[in-house]
Write a protein that binds this ligand. Structure first.
Ligand code: NAP
Length: 253
């Protein structure tokens, strides 16, 4: 038996029209999964889907907003009608907003918390009853170094990602007895749309490299191995863990 085999598995990844979610999706599809790509922008999802089709990988698109319960319900019901199940849910959708804390607009605080934290709750809430009916499942929450560490100007992001770490544990204690393994991946600094400006800033780029024992940024495809592990039978007795994939940042002062 190949412990990492995902053939026949249906995987929903929120926010997977680009960046980390898309690369994880491609990696899981290469291990045999059918990947459901999600985001708010249908055109972006259609262009992501082409990357699967050109490699003969299985995927389809499910546009919805993770902050809108009615959209989530409709999408989850249509997935169940079409595919019969959701084996793996990856709560990856996320945004970043930057302001000094005393000047942080209330509306942007709410936006970050709603997408990065409440969205994971809302999508899991609609998905888990079907996982329970199906005898189990896997949830992978995409956390961050800000689940552990603060940085100036991104307080709501840190509050949301710290909350997502604890939501991972709270989901574990409620759902592990239903054979649902809930775990998280905490990426370090990876080059995507979210971090493009930082990567293009020579000062920040130099600072990140000097702060990272591996001395470089991560590439999104370097998260695939951990995602396959947490999505597969290889992790069937792994519950409530946050695995940091960060080139060693959290290990250093
Ligand atoms: P990204 O390229 O900006 O991707 C984020 C995705 O989330 C977008 O495709 C966006 O698509 C989607 N999204 C945003 N709001 C949404 C909503 N309300 N409903 C559904 N989808 C929504 O960023 P990324 O770097 O790949 O980030 C992915 C995840 O990794 C995030 O949770 C982020 O916090 C986390 N992370 C990233 C890094 C890094 O270094 N890049 C490090 C640690 C953690 P639409 O706009 O089309 O909806």
């Amino acid at each position: 038996m190949n412990l990492f085999d995902l053939n026949g598995k249906v995987v929903l990844i929120t926010g997977s029209g680009g960046g980390i979610g898309l690369e994880i999706g491609l990696g899981l599809a290469k291990s045999g999964a059918h990947v459901l790509l999600n985001g708010r922008n249908k055109e972006k999802l259609e262009s992501a889907l082409q990357k699967f089709e050109t490699q003969a990988l299985q995927a389809s698109i499910q546009p919805f907003d993770v902050t809108k319960p009615e959209e989530i319900s409709k999408a989850v019901e249509s997935i169940i009608d079409q595919y019969g199940k959701i084996d793996v849910l990856i709560n990856n959708a996320g945004i970043q907003r930057r302001h000094p804390l005393t000047e942080f607009p209330d509306a942007e605080w709410d936006e970050v918390l709603n997408i990065n934290l409440k969205g994971a709750f809302l999508v899991a809430k609609k998905t888990v009853p079907f996982m329970i009916k199906n005898g189990g499942g896997k949830i992978i929450n995409i956390c961050s170094l800000q689940s552990e560490l603060g940085r100036p100007t991104i307080a709501p992001y840190a509050a949301a990602k710290g909350g997502l770490k604890m939501l991972t544990r709270a989901m574990t204690v409620e759902w592990a007895s239903h054979n649902i393994q809930v775990n998280a991946i905490g990426p370090g600094y990876f080059i995507t749309e979210m971090t493009r400006k930082l990567a293009d800033d020579p000062e920040f780029d130099q600072w990140i490299k000097s702060r990272t024992p591996a001395n470089r940024w991560g590439m999104p495809e370097e998260l695939v191995g951990t995602a396959v592990y947490l999505a597969s039978a290889a992790s069937d007795y792994v519950n409530g863990q946050i695995i940091y994939v960060d080139g060693g940042i959290l290990a250093s002062m």
